[in-house]
Design a protein around this ligand. Structure first.
Ligand code: C2O
Ligand code: CU
Ligand code: CU
Length: 453
């Protein structure tokens, strides 16, 4: 079996002050790399080539691996025919380094993103462009990649085989080109309502790949939803997941779940226990999930789709490994310290009834403040809400207290429901975006500006 690991290319980076990994006291190092966004041709679906936009020539872009405490220098070269940025989705970096629409890099331009990975940030993140109004187009054309941040004191055994599973979907015309219809065409209107969904599902840029596991083995998987709109309801037939983390890293304790709902932009870290017998196989699927209004629900919305085959090797089962019951502390943000409760309403294309205006500040907040945001979805379609710059905690969903604490930067707000989150602006003054992460909605202005000062 040649598919021991399902890897995407990991970028080889220049490391100035290398230090041995695994020591909590390891001195900080500097990691320096170049990401070039450019048009190129690749074969994404069998038999045809497609004009794509790619980071360093691959779709997805290279997986970036950092350690807590790293000083990161990314030389971004924009060789696209349009403005672009690199946004480090979920990473806590200064506003000028956030790659938001405020700092677009012109075609042919370049920019150095320089930031330090905070302690405690270990987790799964991703990067993608964020130019005003054309983020969906650039992601659909292939610009997205995974980021893994490692902790020196990771509580999970280092011996667990690990995979990043970057989930995306796309739609193609018969000649292989990416199907992006005019906005005023019938499909263009559906793509705006639902966000653009594709009928071809990719894991790490591959269609229905195979991942090998040995019976009895435990593997660590990091899911990232890099789609433009699709929500994944992940399940592995006959098995459960032990979920150990989400957007901002590990939970306090593992949680046993049958399925994982992953809206656009969200991440989940899970342990998969190889409970199947040698030689058997299991399929990772996305199950039906009705996020839609009835008028634009896709015809196949109620069908499951296969994502990945988990193939058990013929080797005899290995003995089970001990897994920790405690992962790390996730200190609670205290609602009694909140100075404000803000209400953000979501409707089709609008936040609080408005379309984004980059010259307007929608929310002004003080550095150091703790606030509660109540996000209310007024319409019959789910909207995943994302905040830049700061990890938050979900307090409750439709009044039901969140069962366990986690650091999040994106939360799905189902149709006609509301979610309360708590956030503390611990540092980094500046202007930050918050928005629906359905890219068609974000591009249409379903976004606001938070200024922290
Ligand atoms: Cu994943 Cu504003 O972005
Ligand atoms: Cu973001
Ligand atoms: Cu939306």
């Amino acid at each position: 079996m040649s598919v021991r690991r399902l890897g995407v290319s990991t970028l080889f980076v220049a490391v100035w002050t290398a230090s041995s990994f695994g020591q909590p006291t390891a001195p900080p190092r500097t990691v320096e790399l170049t990401l070039t966004a450019a048009a190129t041709h690749l074969s994404l679906v069998p038999g045809v080539t497609t004009e794509v936009y790619a980071y360093n020539g691959t779709v997805p872009g290279p997986t970036l691996e950092f350690r807590e405490g790293d000083r990161v220098i990314v030389h971004f070269r924009n060789n696209l025919p349009q403005p672009s940025t690199i946004h480090w989705h979920g990473l806590h970096v200064p506003a000028a380094m956030d790659g938001s629409p405020f700092n677009a890099i012109a075609p042919g331009g370049h920019y150095d993103y320089v930031f330090t990975i905070p302690r405690g940030a270990a987790g799964t993140y991703w990067y993608h462009p964020h130019p005003d109004q054309i983020t969906g187009l650039q992601v659909a054309k292939g610009l997205y990649g995974a980021i893994v941040v490692r902790a020196p004191d990771d509580p999970l055994p280092a011996s667990l085989p690990e995979s990043v599973l970057l989930l995306s979907d796309n739609r193609f015309l018969p000649d292989g080109s990416i199907d992006i219809p005019p906005p005023d065409s019938p499909q263009g209107r559906v793509d705006f309502e639902n966000g653009r969904e594709g009928d071809v599902l990719f894991v790490n840029g591959r269609i229905l790949p195979t991942l090998a596991i040995r019976s009895g083995e435990v593997q660590r998987w990091r899911f990232i939803n890099a789609s433009g709109a699709r929500v994944y309801r992940l399940a592995l037939a006959g098995q459960t997941f032990l979920q150990v983390g989400s957007d901002g890293g590990l939970f306090e304790h593992p949680v046993e779940v049958k399925e994982i709902l992953l809206a656009v932009g969200e991440r989940a870290e899970v342990l998969v226990r190889g409970t199947g017998p040698p030689g058997s196989r299991a399929v990772l699927q996305t199950l039906p999930y009705d996020r839609y209004i009835p008028q634009t629900r896709p015809a196949d919305w109620n069908e499951a789709h296969d994502l990945l085959t988990l193939q058990y090797t013929d080797e005899p089962a290995v003995a089970p490994i001990a897994l920790p019951a405690e992962l790390r502390a996730v200190p609670a943000l205290d609602p009694s310290k909140a100075t404000t409760t803000r209400v953000v309403t979501l409707s089709q294309g609008f936040l609080n009834g408005k379309v984004m205006d980059m010259s307007r500040v929608d929310v002004s907040a003080s550095l150091g403040a703790t606030e509660i945001w109540e996000i209310e979805n007024l319409v019959g379609l789910d909207h995943p809400f994302h905040m830049h710059g700061f990890q938050f905690q979900v307090l409750d969903r439709d009044g039901v207290p969140e069962p366990y604490r986690a650091w999040k930067d994106t939360v799905n707000v189902p149709k006609h429901e509301s979610v309360r989150i708590i956030v503390r602006y611990d540092d980094f003054p500046g202007k930050w975006m918050y928005h629906c992460h359905i890219l068609a909605h974000e591009d249409a202005g379903m976004m606001g500006v938070l200024e922290v000062k």
